[in-house]
Each structure stands twice: as C-alpha cells, then as structure tokens.
Write a protein that binds this ligand. Structure first.
Ligand code: ZN
Length: 257
C-alpha cells in the first residue's frame, strides 16, 4: 500500500517514470537515475570492503583471487558489447572469505563472490563464470535500480523529492544496502539467466555449466536455502528453461572458445 502511494505521488509530481530497458526492452519503473544508482552503490561497496577488511574477511588467497579476476575480466570484456555504457564502468571484484553461499554485482559493476559458494559447491571456472555472468546481467539489465526504487518506495519516510532531484546522495547509501537484501523478481531472474548465459558464452564459457550450477544450488538448499536463493528466487521452470536455452547458446560458445 505504502509502495503504491509513494509511487503514485512521485508519478504525479513527474519525478518518476517508466522506461524501456535498452537491453531487455522490458518497461521498468525507475525512481533513481543510473548515475545515482552507481554513485550510491560505489559508496555502499567502499563501506562493505572497508568492513570486510577490518574483520579480515577479504580473501588473501592469491591463486583464488587471480582465478576469479581472470574469469570476470573475460565477462567484463563482453559486457560492453551487450550494453555499451558499461565500458566506462569502474568494475571491481572482491573475494570475501565467508562461508556464505552468495555473489552479487551492484549497479556500475562492483562485484563480490564468497569463498563459501566456491568451496562448498566446488565450482569450476565455467560455473563461476555462470554465476558472475548472471550477476553482471542483473547490473546490465538495470535490476539494481529497480530494487533500489522498491527500497525507496518501501521506506516512504526518506526525502524522496531530494533523492529524485539528485540533491542528496547520502540517503541513497542505505538504500543500496537494502536493495542488495531484497529479492529480485522472478521475471528479473529469468532475464538474468537468459542474458547471463549469453554473456558467459560470448566470453567462451560453457553454457551447460549454468544447468549444473543451479542443480548444485538447489541441492545445497537441503539445509535451509542459501542466502543467494533468498535474493535470487528460482523461477519454477528455471532448469527447464535453461535446457531449452543452452542449445541456442552453443554456437556463440563454439565461436568464442
Ligand atoms: Zn539473480
């Protein structure tokens, strides 16, 4: 109810609008600009990194760090072909030393993957590429802005006018944090699966690994769902949809490898 009221008020004031996403073509409700989403994400990322550093939670495993960077560098090189503005993003990837099954990519390309998901799911390079490809796809598709818009609307008490007018970025930092803990929509998940597998294929990573990854993820849900699945709800037909998608992505992969 609150969400509807706030959005209606913003729409009436001409401060918010619906925009067709340049990659997916889907119409999204947008309450923050891409610049605002990126700036507040950069702040939230710096904060997350400094806290992880203080707690000794940034992985010092040089081999693992360079393995992750090698994989994400290949994905980043292809991201610009999917969404040209991402060529000027200040990309960054951190390996966080926590048992959590999680990974994310904020608007603007600030990424993290947790040692928990790599070790517990015994991820191969192709599987790491699929999970980071999925995360990067969320960023390229503007899903972070969508989640931040929802976070703003749910926190009706924020100074909405000044946020939308771009005057006050400081109030957006907590919103960027909250947005990371909000679930993506199932529609957004299907999009991120579809574009994530394509991004990874263009970077020369095997599309079949996406199926293995999600099978491992669902097996890991036995002891309570991993944090990852609380923010990335599974569309009912995910594995089925991936089985249909993989053959279509194979030519792209074969060409790139
Ligand atoms: Zn997702």
């Amino acid at each position: 109810m609150k969400f509807k009221l706030v959005v209606t008020a913003l729409l009436a004031a001409g401060l918010a609008g619906c925009q067709a996403n340049p990659v997916s073509g889907r119409t999204q409700l947008v309450l923050v600009s891409e610049e605002q989403a990126q700036a507040s994400s950069a702040q939230a990322y710096a904060q997350t990194m400094s806290e992880a550093q203080k707690k000794g939670k940034l992985s010092t495993d040089a081999a693992l760090n360079s393995r992750v960077k090698r994989i994400t560098d290949r994905l980043i090189a292809q991201a610009g072909n999917m969404y040209a503005p991402s060529r000027s993003w200040k990309w960054s990837v951190a390996v966080i030393d926590e048992p959590t099954l999680n990974a994310w990519c904020m608007p603007g390309g600030k990424m993290a993957i947790y040692t928990g998901i790599i070790h517990k799911l015994k991820l191969s390079d192709d599987e790491i590429a699929q999970i980071m490809g999925h995360e990067i796809a969320h960023a390229l598709l503007g899903h972070g802005r969508e989640r931040m818009s929802h976070a703003i609307a749910m926190q009706g008490g924020l100074q909405l006018g000044s946020i939308v007018a771009g005057r006050d970025l400081s109030v957006l930092a907590p919103v960027a944090d909250i947005a990371l803990t909000l679930p993506n929509s199932r529609e957004g998940e299907s999009e991120a699966d579809r574009y994530g597998v394509e991004l990874a294929a263009r970077a020369g990573f095997d599309p079949h690994a996406a199926i293995r990854l999600w099978e491992k993820m669902s097996q890991a849900s036995g002891n309570g769902p991993p944090q990852f699945l609380s923010t990335h709800p599974s569309p009912d037909n995910r594995i089925q949809a991936l089985h249909a998608l993989v053959p279509r992505m194979m030519p792209i992969y074969e060409k790139a490898r």
